[in-house]
Design a protein around this ligand. Sequence first.
Ligand code: MN
Ligand code: MN
Length: 318
Amino acid sequence: MVSSVRPHLNQNLDHRIDDRVDPAVLQSRVRASYLGLAIGDALGATVEFMTPNEIRHQYGVHKEIIGGGWLRLKKGQVTDDTTMALALGRAILATGDINALPIAAAFDAWMRAKPVDIGHTVRSGLIHYRRTGITTAPEDEMSAGNGACMRCLPIAIATLGASEAKVRQASKVQAHITHNNPLSDAGTETVILMIQALFCGQPLNQQLHHYAHPLATKHPEFCFRKRPCQNPSGFIGHTLRVVFEALFDTDSFEDCIVEAVNRGGDADTTGAIAGVLAGAYYGETAIPPRWLKALDANILGACSEQAEQLLSLRCLSE
Ligand code: MN
Ligand code: MN
């Protein structure tokens, strides 16, 4: 008897047929995904480091982009999640390729420009690069933060159509500059493969069986739905548990992001990653106009523009 074959992470998926996706539809999904990153970041930053209870007391349900928060942001302002992704995207576009050195230099320039916030692991990774010129942070069991994952979208767009092996390799190039950790790698690569599958129109429930559950089987840290992950820290396991619960257990772009950020904790980052996936799945027409209006106009323009430019680059597709 032939036993059933479980789908697993390195299975060859039909989302490689991205050439069969209507180019206008694809473009719109990619733009929505980049806007979702910025929207989730801007919405979540207001309640970053708050507990779900504190959020409930202050806002009921937090669902308007109003700025504030511990960073005292202007309405519509974004944080490191979006601005590091934009820096990564610019480095890829400047060289037409995914190379560690120009990406590390772009991150370093980003840090010099005094961003509104910066994660501990990002800072020490970039200081390591500044001191040594080495573009791989020392491997660190403790650095399974979400900093590499939060900024991974440009890799997903630029490598659309490439083999899974090349996608995973490209992911590590940018990730290891600051986060050299197997859990961070596994989570970030899974998110990238999910984004690409959603760009190509793969249904959401397939994502569960191709990516989310197999990731949780391999690494129990990502096991979601056992009980809701509330008040998530910056640990990649917490982050993706919130993101998966928000993505799979809601049915709109708005509800997905609102669900993620109202868990509090590292809410700008759960919001940003949930926004990327929800944007890729639900598309531009699902984005509430009030959120687009509230978002910083320069950021909105930069995200839309970079989405299109990275999509036309497609540097590793064979
Ligand atoms: Mn942030
Ligand atoms: Mn954060």
